[in-house]
Structures are given as C-alpha cells and as structure tokens.
Design a protein. Structure first.
Lengths: 276, 283, 266
C-alpha cells in the first residue's frame, strides 16, 4: 500500500521557471525510501510540497494517507507527516529542549497534564532526557536534530521526511541520526522518506528515486538504480564503492557478481579465497 | 611558512560564569608544504585552534609562531594584520560572508584591503575565479543570484585572491555534492603542489585518505595524534573510540584481511585495490 | 561564547529565580519608576539596601554586577563632566581655572550615578533570574487585558520569545561574519571613517541575509509542526502564584510607597 502518492506534479516558485516537471512517484507504507539528486535538482522542493509548503501546486496532485493535499486538508496532512530540515539551528523553536518538544503538542491542543509524559517519553527515546532544560546553543548539531525528531514523534505521525537532515552534522551526529531513523523504521513501522546525496545511504534503503533538473530519471530498487553507472555519473553523484570494486573484478574475469553492498562483496571474496 | 604552537591555552570569556577552556597545552608543528587534516568532534577545539593561525584569537597563554610572526596574549591585533594575508582562513559555509554587488568586487575585497591597487586586484579576481571553475561571465553578476555551490566557490576565490602562503579550510566541502567536492579538493591539492601549506578541517575520512598527507587529531581541547595518514588509519580502536569511521576502502581491506587476505593496509585507490585482490585470487 | 554579561540569564536556582515572572516584571517597572522620585539619600539608601539583598538572594556574583555596570561608565563619565561644567545651582564650591563647580552639580552627578547603577542592577536581577521564556509568558499574562482592544497579545509574545531564542544565535553569527571579514583584511577597530563604514557594511549585509534565511527556515519548521497563530493552543508552561510572591509583592508596594511618600513630604 502506498502512503504517499505524487501524481504528475509540476511546480515553480516563479512563473516560467519550473523547479519540478511532471513528477510522479509512490512511497510504500513502512518503507525507507531515498530521493537522490545533486544540489539544485529540486529534491528539497519535493520535501516541502509534501507538507504543503506551499499548499498550491501548478499541476498534478499529492495524496498522503488517502487524503488529497489542499488548503482545506492541510492540517490533517501535516498530522501524518513530520519533517526534519537541514539546518539544526533554524528549526529549534523552543528556548529549551523541553519547550521545543512541547511546541508541537501545544499546537495540537494536547491538555497540559498530558504533555509532560509525552515530552519525557520522546526525550528519553532519542537519548536527550538529561538535556531537557538545555538551551539550543549548548547542544551539538546531532543533539538538536534528535530533539527535532522527538518533537515530531511526540505528535504521532506515520511518515518522517528527512530533508538532508544529516548533511550539516559531524560523523557522530550523522551516525546517531541514521541509527535512530532506522530504528523508528524497523520498530515502529514509520515510513521514512530521506532526501540526500549520500549514495551509501541510498544503497541501504528499500527504494531509490533519482531526480535531475526537476524530473525523475530513474526509480526502483537501489541495486537496479545505483548500478546504472552512466546515469549516476551524469548526475554528478558517486557510484557506490562496492559496485566499482565488484565490476572491476569482473572485468578481470573473476567470478564476482556486481553488488552495491560492501558486506556482500566481502563475503563473496572470502568464499572465493577459501575455495582456492 | 612553518606553523608552531608552544604550550598554547585558550579560554573563552575568562573570569565569568560562562568561561570555557577550549585549548589545553597545545604543542604542535605543522610541516611547511604539507596537506594537513585536522580532525576531531564538534567542540574538540579545532575551530579555536585554526583561528590562532591568523591571529583572530590570541592565546591566553603560550605562543604561536607563523613564519616570522610570534603571537602571544599581549599582541595588538593591528600589528598582526599582515599575517592575515599570509595565512588565509576559509570559514565553514563561507558563502555567508559574501556582501558585494558583483562577484568581481567581492573577490577583490581581500586583496584591496591588503593594499593592492584596484585594477591589479580585478585581474587577480578574474584569474582566481577561473581557478575555482567559474568563467569570466560571472565577474559582473551578483553573488546572491548564483547557486549555493557557486557561492562557495566565489567565497573561496575571495581568500585565494589574497595569495596566502598558508590556506586554512574549515570543512570546505560540507554540503557540496560529490562532484563539486572532488573539484574543490583537486584545486587544494594543486595549490599544495605549487608550494602552499594546506590545513583542512574535515569529517570525511575518505577525503583525508585521498588528499592529505599529515593528520592532527584533537579531542577535548588537546592534541591527541600528530602523525602521517597511514599511521592514523592503523589505529582502528582509537578511531572507533572517537566514533570516527575508517575510510571505506581501509575498512574494506580490514574486513578482507581479518578473513584471510593479506592486502596492503595503505592502499588508497580502487585500481590498486582491485589489482591486489586479483593478485591474491589468481595465485 | 561572548563576553556580554548584561541581559544574560544566570542558570542557578535561587529564591528570586523561583518567583513568579509576572511579579518580577511588575516589580522592576514599579522600582524603575520609583528610582526617579527624589527621596534624598535616605530614599536611595533604602532602595540600595533592597537591591543588595535582592542581588544576594539571586546569587549573582559581584563580578557580574561590575561587568554589567562597566559599559555604563563612559556614559556616566560624560554626564558627570557635562554636569560639573554647565550646571550652576547651589553654592560655589571650587574654582579650577575658568571652571566654577557648584554644589548642585556635584549632588546632581551623584544622583545620576546612583540611579544608573540602581537601574542596571535591577534590570540585571530580572534578566539573570528569569528565563526568556518565562519573561515572555509573564508579559503575555500582564498584557492579556489588551486582548479586549484586539491587540494581538499572543502573536507579540511569540515574536518576543522567538527573538529572545535567536539573539544568542545571531550574536554568534555576527561574530563569525566579523571573523570571516577580518580574515579578508577588514579592521573593525581601527581605520578611517570610510574604512569603518565599509567594515560595518561587510558585517550587516551578510547578517541580514542570514537572518532572513533563518526566519524563512523557522517559519517552515513552525508551520510543518501545525502552528497556526489564529488557532487555539494549549500551553505547556503555566505560571503559579505562591505565598512567597504575595509576600514579595507586599514588600515592594511598601518600599515604593514609602519612597514616593518621602519624596512628596521632603
């Protein structure tokens, strides 16, 4: 079942300058889907349109959880989706961790007495319970993004969109967020839509959508999409490491299947070695 | 242009409830003409350290020597201004420092501040713009109507136009797409080959392995490692204690070697790696 | 990571920290007005005593008070010189060259100094003991009667709280840009007038662009979390008026009353 349906969407912030041209794709419920594209391909615009920023598109329709996105349904759609933006600082609304998680709950009119347990629950799940009264300037980028995720999860959505949410983080922060997101995907069947230019992240996802100049140029399972070397390189992206190595080994007439997964390649090579 | 730190301490807002001890007893030599990577987590003191190299910050105690300049706690910033031309510092997300009406004027800004005549500076601007991969049709355009990646290039050109002997870069490729990052790094490598000393803060160990020759690791305000790239990536356990990932290729070699392969740990490129694997399997 | 002390929240737990922000804001206003009633040195001694006790109860280190007052010293010095030269009331006290110094001028100068120090100290007590958010909440409550005349109390409170939230971020940003421009040879301390104007332009333009970017991002983040300024919202923070608040309120009414009566009688 698809939870996100984008049908023939065309959109531009200015007349005659379309950022997205006839874009159609579906995201399966509970899947981890990545949208890959270089800077300026229109991938962030897709993320914003899905949560109705803005809620008017030039052509086509967006359907989230069976509801067609429009000005009237905006609130219902936003209830289903949470989005983590790129810049950790610019989306921290509250003066402290506690207040930031509370912000969304206040908007949903959650009664005062129900807020505290929800705040503690989600601060705990993202490992920020010891920082409840900390101000954003005293937190690392990774911690701020974790707070953003807690703030979203407390509101009970089905979908999380990551709009290059780890691109400004250091490796520790990136790892924390990636692990957290994968955990939410596994344990709570959250649908994840990650917008990124990290090819290795895409290699580990369930489905990949390739975007170039506002158009979808390829989509499907990562091993199919990412092994189209010509396509990947023409989009200024990197081919996955394992794919480069495995195809070059094949060229040396070694019995190695092309793969985009490092672990698979290590296993294949070790089996080959032990047969010798 | 050698860079030496001698027992440098730095404290932000000393004697207030908000004081913060950012550098602790830093001793450091950065070899002339090297491409040195500076790695460590946010808050490890990297940014504080690099701001000492062009005297934006003065040590609270100890001394920093850059070429003939000796920087101590009591120096007046104005005495050190010429140092800022010799040691060019590119901050993280430098595109936020653009402010002029045209790209040409923005790139000329630094050289003119250091006393270069305008017409000469314009010629330099045209040359550096080409170095960062933008042609001269960009000269008279506004720096605010180009893409984020192009803004980054213009901002870096603004520092390169000062023709510094030392180039300090704080995560110069953060947020760039892979192709753009590669082009920038190749430019820095070619600058090193022309004799400049390059210091680069980076979180991407693949970059560090491919382009740098020397590495300094900071943790909690101290220098913990100061060695060659090959030596650092042998210390698997130390790096994982800092949750720094090994370069993909090094991790891959480790995985294979732990299961019976005998590949050279120092291999840096895929071609050599493939040959080595092929060699072992064809034996 | 800046050295500015005035206006900063001091994260400790104290009697004053626990007081209701509505009380603290109201008290500050009342005291600031009272300071301008001339109740003689006895009056100032009374307020002074109150301020010292409050500073101690707020656990503000003496150093922090000194640092908060420091930036005012130049202004104070200027005012003093101005007063001593031009104010010719009271008795002639001394003649230094062409200058005549009168007793009125000396008293006036001392008064102004005392007032300034008191104002700065009082404000510091409020800002050091009240989290920006509580301050906004207090203001919102105090202003809520204005809703009757369609004044957008909630929106204004949200604006203030976001402004407060982003001040440290923008200060950091400004410092970053200044350093980046200093690396390109800008001298923010010395130079001719023209150079200084240029230096400031090189700071202001990037700062504005960055602030607009932040505002844009923040608006998106708020909207995506279902914020609607016109809709009803519940509030996580609730204010609780305690017995101690009533006690302090009484004390302040008494103090201000006494001073005002003294100034009228004397």
């Amino acid at each position: 079942m698809s939870i996100i349906e984008v049908n023939h969407v065309t959109f531009g912030y200015e007349e005659n300058k379309k950022v997205l041209k006839d874009v159609s794709f579906k995201v399966e419920k509970g899947s981890y889907t990545t949208i890959l594209g270089h800077n300026g391909s229109g991938k962030s615009t897709i993320a914003k349109l899905l949560i109705g920023l803005p809620d008017v598109i030039d052509e086509g329709e967006i359907i989230i959880g069976g509801i067609k996105l429009s000005e009237k349904t905006l609130n219902d759609v936003r209830l289903q989706i949470g989005i983590v933006f790129q810049n950790p600082d610019n989306q921290f609304i509250g003066s402290t961790v506690r207040d930031d998680i509370a912000f969304g709950l206040e908007n949903l009119c959650v009664p005062h007495d129900d807020m505290e347990p929800l705040i503690r629950e989600w601060a705990g799940k993202v490992n920020m319970l010891d920082f409840l009264d900390h101000e954003p300037t005293k937190l690392s980028g990774g911690q701020k993004q974790r707070v953003a995720i807690a703030g979203i999860m407390a509101m009970g959505p089905d979908i999380i969109i990551l709009d290059e949410a780890t691109s400004m983080l250091d490796p520790r922060g990136r790892k924390e967020i990636n692990e957290l997101i994968h955990q939410l995907n596994r344990e709570r069947q959250m649908t994840i839509l990650s917008i990124t230019h990290d090819i290795e992240e895409a290699a580990l996802s369930d489905a990949v959508i390739l975007l170039n100049k506002g158009q979808i140029v390829s989509s499907g399972k990562p091993e199919e999409v990412l092994s189209d070397v010509k396509m990947i390189e023409s989009l200024k992206l990197d081919v996955p490491f394992a794919y480069k190595v495995s195809t070059q080994l094949r060229a040396m007439h070694l019995p190695v299947d092309a793969t985009i997964n490092n672990e698979d390649l290590v296993n294949t090579l070790c089996q080959l070695r032990s047969k010798m | 242009m050698s860079i030496t730190f001698k027992n440098v301490d730095f404290i932000y807002s000393p004697d207030t409830p908000f004081s913060y001890h950012a550098l602790k007893g830093v001793d450091l030599d950065i070899p002339e003409g090297s491409f040195t990577a500076l790695i460590g987590h946010t808050g490890s003191g990297k940014s504080t350290l690099i701001q000492h190299i062009n005297a934006l910050l003065l040590p609270s105690s100890g001394e920093v020597r850059v070429d003939d300049f000796i920087i101590t706690a009591t120096d007046k910033p104005s005495v050190l201004k010429p140092l800022r031309q010799k040691a060019g510092l590119v901050f993280q997300f430098p595109e936020y420092q653009l402010f002029e009406e045209t790209i040409a004027r923005d790139i000329m800004f630094g050289p003119v501040n250091f006393g270069m005549p305008e017409d000469e500076a314009r010629a330099v601007a045209a040359k550096t713009l080409e170095m960062v991969g933008l042609n001269d049709t960009y000269m008279e355009r506004s720096p605010f109507e180009i893409s984020g990646g192009q803004k980054r290039r213009v901002a870096i050109a603004g520092i390169l136009a000062m023709d510094p002997d030392i180039l300090v870069l704080d995560e110069p490729t953060a947020g760039l797409d892979p192709q753009g990052a590669k082009e920038m790094l190749r430019l820095f490598k070619s600058l090193q080959k022309s004799g400049k000393t390059i210091i680069m803060v980076s979180h991407d160990m693949n970059q560090v392995l491919e382009y740098c020759d020397h590495v300094v690791v900071m943790n909690k305000g101290r220098i913990e490692r100061n060695c060659s790239i090959d030596e650092l990536f042998k210390e698997k356990d130390y790096l994982s204690s800092l949750s720094i990932d090994l370069p993909v290729i090094t991790a891959f070699i480790n995985d294979l070697n732990s299961q019976g392969f005998h590949l050279d740990h120092d291999i840096k490129d895929i071609e050599t790696l493939v040959k080595a694997i092929g060699g072992e399997l064809h034996e | 990571m800046n050295s500015m002390v005035f206006g900063r929240y001091l994260p400790v737990d104290s009697f004053v920290h626990r007081l209701d922000p509505r009380l603290k804001i109201g008290a500050l206003l009342a005291l600031l007005i009272t300071v301008f009633f001339d109740a003689g040195f006895l009056g100032y001694a009374l307020i002074g005593l109150f301020v010292v006790v409050a500073l101690i109860l707020t656990k503000i280190p003496a150093k922090m008070v000194v640092q908060a007052v420091k930036p005012m010293l130049i202004m104070l010095l200027f005012l003093s010189v101005f007063n001593l030269i031009f104010l010719h009331t009271g008795k002639l006290v001394a003649k230094v060259g062409p200058l005549s110094i009168y007793s009125g001028a000396i008293f006036q100068t001392i008064y102004i100094s005392i007032r300034l120090v008191l104002i700065v100290s009082l404000t510091t007590i409020l800002t050091a003991s009240t989290k920006p958010l509580d301050m906004t909440l207090g203001l919102e409550h105090l202003l809520s009667p204005l809703k009757v005349i369609k004044f957008p109390v909630h929106e204004v409170a949200m604006m203030i709280s976001i402004a407060l939230r982003f001040i440290p971020t923008l200060v950091e940003e400004a410092q970053r840009i200044m350093k980046a421009q200093a690396s390109r040879g800008v001298d923010f301390n010395e130079g001719t007038f023209k150079e200084k104007v240029f230096a400031i332009v090189s700071l202001i333009i990037p700062l504005f662009i960055s602030a607009f970017q932040k505002a844009d991002d923040l608006a998106n983040a708020m909207e995506s979390r279902n914020y609607n300024p016109e809709a009803r919202r519940t509030r996580y923070h609730q204010l609780h008026w305690r017995l101690a608040d009533s006690f302090v309120l009484g004390l302040i009414v008494l103090l201000c009353g006494t001073i005002i009566v003294m100034s009228i009688v004397l």
